[in-house]
Design a binder for this molecule. Structure first.
Ligand code: ADP
Ligand code: MG
Length: 260
């Protein structure tokens, strides 16, 4: 059975897409079969995986509207090492179109059920909102990975997300839980970040992943080359940390052997 995770945080620019793309590449590197689902109309995860969002014939929009299956709409991100169910601006329209349709929260879930046997991990990159698209992601998933920067308002911002996850758990998806909080763009020289990091550990305990993703410019440069940082510069500190995070995920879940 595959494990389906949303990368979510209702704030923009916190590192969701970078986490999604690099965790996908890291998992592929340690021998896992991965599907990345881009649920953000900006299509950054699609482009960052090396798939041109402007050239997609079918994408996640067609899957949500049930005019294509996952198998028909996915493409292979050859260099990145995983499959992509891509997104582009068309997806912004889905938000409105879904409102009038049956099972509007559960459409991605139904579509993924069919494709699940092909993958060990499905990672869903969510938009920076608690919209119908994000709800489709949360209804499909076994868990949520929350990337966060160790800044002053970080904990405050978490409350809304935690409440939404609780509501989805109670009403729509009994499987859903927070898998963990991932500290990203971390700079240990900044005292405040170290303090917030400690607060997170005190408050959330082992829900905070051991791996910490450093602030590393190579991760920020990689998307302009159409590659995850893990592939673009495997020796960079950011890439090494994401592969370490991939191993931590596999070990936590006990889902099969890590091959390299
Ligand atoms: P989100 O998807 O939450 O909006 P992104 O992953 O797009 O966030 O990240 C926001 C910006 O921060 C991007 O320009 C990205 O390249 C940069 N970034 C993300 N993680 C790191 C990191 N660990 N080190 C340096 N830059 C990063
Ligand atoms: Mg994003």
């Amino acid at each position: 059975m595959s494990r389906i995770f949303c990368i979510a945080n209702q704030k923009g620019g916190v590192g969701k897409t970078t986490t999604c793309v690099n965790l996908a590449a890291g998992l592929a590197k340690v021998g896992q079969r991965v599907l990345l689902v881009d649920l953000d109309p900006q299509g950054n995860a699609t482009m960052g995986s090396g798939v041109d969002k402007r050239k997609l014939e079918t994408n996640v929009y067609d899957v949500l509207l049930e005019s294509a299956s996952v198998a028909e709409a996915r493409v292979r991100a050859e260099k990145a090492g995983y499959d992509v169910l891509g997104a582009n601006r068309e997806l912004a329209g889905a938000e409105v179109e879904l409102v009038g349709l049956d099972h509007r929260n559960g459409r991605l879930r139904r579509a993924l059920k069919v494709a699940e046997p092909d993958y060990d991990f499905v990672l869903i990159d969510c938009p920076p909102s608690l919209s119908l698209l994000t709800l489709n992601g949360l209804c499909s998933a076994h868990g949520v990975i929350v990337p966060m920067q160790c800044e002053y308002f970080a904990l405050e911002g978490l409350t809304d997300l935690v409440n939404t996850i609780k509501q989805v758990h109670a009403n729509l998806n009994k499987d859903l839980e927070i898998i963990g909080l991932l500290r990203v763009m971390f700079d240990p020289r900044i005292t405040l970040q170290t303090q917030v990091s400690e607060q997170l550990k005190a408050h959330f305990g082992d829900k905070v992943f051991n791996t910490v993703i450093p602030r590393n410019v190579r991760l920020a440069e990689a998307p302009s080359y159409g590659l995850p940082g893990v592939v673009f510069d495997p020796a960079s500190r950011g890439a090494v940390a994401f592969v370490e995070f991939a191993r931590e995920m596999v070990q936590r879940l006990g889902s099969g052997a890590v091959t390299t």
